[in-house]
Design a protein around this ligand. Structure first.
Ligand SMILES: [Zn+2]
Length: 277
């Protein structure tokens, strides 16, 4: 009996300590969509905004200013008006593994200037999460970011959402509803799997479940399925938090000395940093 009571107490207290998760979406105004018109992009983003509002999520959204035009910039107006935080995600989405630090830095600067009206935070997110495949390159961009007062926005729940989105968008383009439904089902299953993977990695590395940062994109699959995804997190007991709240956790102060070509989750970066020490 005493043991049963103990188990009950433990399970009750752990369910009270909700796991926090920050929702971030990249490539604003709108990412890969298999040829959406500007109006379709605006309509799809409205659905994303509606879902975020319904779930009371204050998200951090990253602008790739090269994706923006005179029509789609209204997406940024709407995102700011809804109280979301907007950060810099470069102008051309260059891969830092393939361009020089100088070219990359100029591209961050371009985004800052072109999207100045909307960027309302000091967060910066690397395109493809690539922080430089050499120490010199990594450190040059780090120095620039520090000098300009940027704060790197990491990701902990990395995933292949963009791959599912690509298939989904192409199926949508040819009106293949059956394929769209199948891809969406697999997308949601994938997200549950990767979430479990990073919860497990968090326990392995830190002996606790850290507040997580989810990477998503402004794209068609989220216009249609972000609601279902957020429903699932809520049902599993997750609490939606802002990026600021999540990054207050001490995990995000752990020194990360990973250098390499991969765009890893922060958890994987820390895991590999430890190995290289
Ligand atoms: Zn991106």
């Amino acid at each position: 009996m005493r043991q049963i009571l103990f188990i009950l107490l433990v399970s009750t207290s752990s369910s009270l300590l909700a796991q926090k998760i920050a929702i971030t979406l990249d490539d604003l105004p709108f990412g890969y969509s298999g040829g959406f018109t500007d109006d379709q992009k605006i309509e799809a983003f409205d659905k994303i905004l509606h879902t975020l509002k319904k779930h009371k999520v204050r998200a951090t959204l990253f602008v790739t200013s090269g994706n923006m035009n005179e029509v789609t910039k209204v997406i940024l107006d709407k995102a700011v008006a809804e109280g979301h935080q907007l950060g810099n995600h470069t102008n051309n989405h260059y891969d830092l593994n393939k361009v020089s630090a100088e070219k990359y830095i100029a591209d961050i600067d371009s985004c800052q200037q072109l999207a100045e009206k909307w960027i309302n935070s000091n967060y910066f997110r690397y395109a493809m999460l690539h922080r430089g495949n050499t120490k010199t390159k990594r450190d040059s961009v780090y120095s620039y970011l520090e000098e300009k007062g940027f704060l790197i926005a990491p990701v902990t729940i990395d995933n292949n959402e963009w791959v599912y989105n690509r298939g989904y968008s192409l199926a949508m383009k040819i009106g293949d509803q059956k394929n769209m439904d199948q891809i969406a089902k697999e997308y949601l299953y994938h997200m549950k799997e990767v979430t479990a993977r990073y919860q497990k990695l968090s326990l392995q590395l830190t002996d606790r479940e850290i507040p997580q940062i989810l990477l998503l994109h402004s794209n068609p699959i989220n216009a249609d399925y972000l609601g279902k995804l957020l429903d699932w997190y809520k049902k599993e007991g997750w609490e939606f938090a802002t990026l600021d709240e999540v990054m207050n956790d001490e995990f995000y102060n752990i020194e990360d000395n990973y250098i390499g070509p991969y765009g890893f989750s922060q958890l994987d970066r820390i895991k590999r940093s430890k190995k290289s020490n």
